[in-house]
Every structure is written in structure tokens, then in C-alpha cells.
Design a binder for this molecule. Structure first.
Ligand SMILES: [Zn+2]
Length: 236
């Protein structure tokens, strides 16, 4: 996967800024995989979408991910660093066929961005999870399952699409509490795009002010040339 050019990145940032996070992930996945039909992305298995987002992030910003999470017990902010490639299971990258499985008497399929978006407004996490399962149930009655069967279905869905749910095990340095932190591939990519867009806009501003060049001309410069000119005008 190739990195985005400066003008592609600015265009994505401009179009993504006002969107809901899930809608933005679809936009970013379409940029990552121009070979996928854009209208199909919302219905692809989440794992394939997550993989495309992590690959684009690695291509544009490097594989290292620096993030942080707050300890749910004591509130301590925990920093973590990981390699995007550790989160990627290459075997599934290009597998866009609907993934289905039989588990606990149900026939289920892997969830998509459209499924997540449909339940995103529900503040009750348990009700949202049940609604999500109902959407992804192709045959059988998910409402009749007990706790143990629900857990089995959850594990079945994880096995069906391992990259749908990106989690990292973290232990709190302050209180020792160990927990799984959910990683949002769309958010991890978006934060980088937003930060880079603001840097690019500032660079355009400095060079356009100094030389009168257009935005397109400035963005077409290689990063090395742009940095040299920025140093010459005292804006590096
Ligand atoms: Zn803690």
C-alpha cells in the first residue's frame, strides 16, 4: 500500500472532519483500498476494514503506534507503544467473502461498519450488543440464548473475524489492575491524519506567504525541499 500524497491527505481530512467516526472509517478505508467498491465498504467484515486502516496508517506514518488509555480502576493515564504489524493477521487481508459460522444453534455472520453504526446511538452497552447480534443472526433466535450461549457466540464471532475486535492487554503501573484496551483502527489513523493535515496547512501558509506559491505547488514539493524552504524563511 502506498502512502497518501499531501493533497490526498488534506482532502481526506477535509471530508472526514465533519463525519461520524464510523462513517469516517469507511471514507478512510476507501482511500486505503481504491480497488474495493466504495459502496460495499460499509458491509464488509470489520476485520478487513480494520486491516486496511492499519495498513494505510503504517504506509503513511510508520508501523509504530503510540497510544494511551486511562486505567478503569484508578484513572492513571497509561502509555503504550506497539507495532501495527503485530495487530495484522495477513491471511485475512483480502478475504472479503461474508464470514459465517454456526454456533450455539445460530447461524451468524461477522459484523460490519453498517451494523456498528446501527447500534452506536444506544448508550446501554448490553442492549447494543444484543441488537448487534440480532442484526448478525442469519438463522435462529438470538433473544433466547442464555449467558453461556451468548459467550460462546461472542467467541465464535471473534474466531470468525479476529481483526474485528482489536484489543491490547495492559497492566496499570499505579494500581496493578490488568485490563483489555480496545483499539479503534479508524481513530488511530484519523488522529495521525488530523495532526499531519494541520502541519501541512501551516507549511503551506508559511511558504505561500513568503514566496506567493499556490497550495498545489507547495504540496507538490518533496518533504526534503519543503523543509529546506521552510528553514530559509525561518519557519522550520
Ligand atoms: Zn490503575
Amino acid at each position: 500500500m502506498r502512502a497518501l500524497t499531501g493533497s490526498e491527505l488534506l482532502s481526506l481530512w477535509e471530508h472526514g472532519a465533519s463525519r461520524h467516526a464510523l462513517d469516517r472509517s469507511a471514507l478512510l478505508a476507501a482511500a486505503a483500498r481504491p480497488d474495493w467498491p466504495a459502496e460495499a465498504i460499509a458491509d464488509l467484515p470489520l476485520g478487513a476494514v480494520n486491516a486496511s486502516l492499519l495498513q494505510l496508517r503504517a504506509a503513511c506514518f510508520g508501523a509504530r503506534i503510540d497510544g494511551h488509555a486511562d486505567c478503569p480502576r484508578c484513572g492513571q493515564r497509561l502509555a503504550f507503544a506497539l507495532d501495527a504489524r503485530e495487530l495484522l493477521a495477513p491471511a485475512h487481508d483480502d478475504d472479503l467473502t461474508p464470514r459465517e459460522a454456526e454456533v450455539a444453534g445460530l447461524r451468524v455472520r461477522a459484523p460490519s461498519l453498517r451494523d456498528l453504526a446501527a447500534v452506536a446511538a444506544d448508550a446501554d452497552a448490553e442492549r447494543a450488543a444484543r441488537e448487534l447480534l440480532a442484526r448478525c443472526t442469519l438463522a435462529g433466535d438470538a433473544a433466547r440464548l442464555d449467558e453461556a450461549a451468548l459467550r460462546a457466540v461472542e467467541e465464535g464471532l471473534d474466531a470468525l473475524d479476529p481483526q474485528a475486535d482489536l484489543a491490547l492487554a495492559l497492566q496499570c503501573v499505579a494500581c496493578g489492575h490488568a485490563d483489555l484496551v480496545q483499539l479503534d483502527a479508524g481513530q488511530l489513523l484519523w488522529e495521525e491524519i488530523e495532526a499531519r493535515a494541520l502541519v501541512l496547512l501551516r507549511e503551506v501558509h508559511h511558504l505561500a506567504s513568503a514566496y506567493g506559491w499556490s497550495e498545489a505547488q507547495i504540496l507538490a514539493l518533496t518533504p526534503a525541499r519543503r523543509a529546506s524552504y521552510l528553514a530559509m524563511v525561518g519557519a522550520a
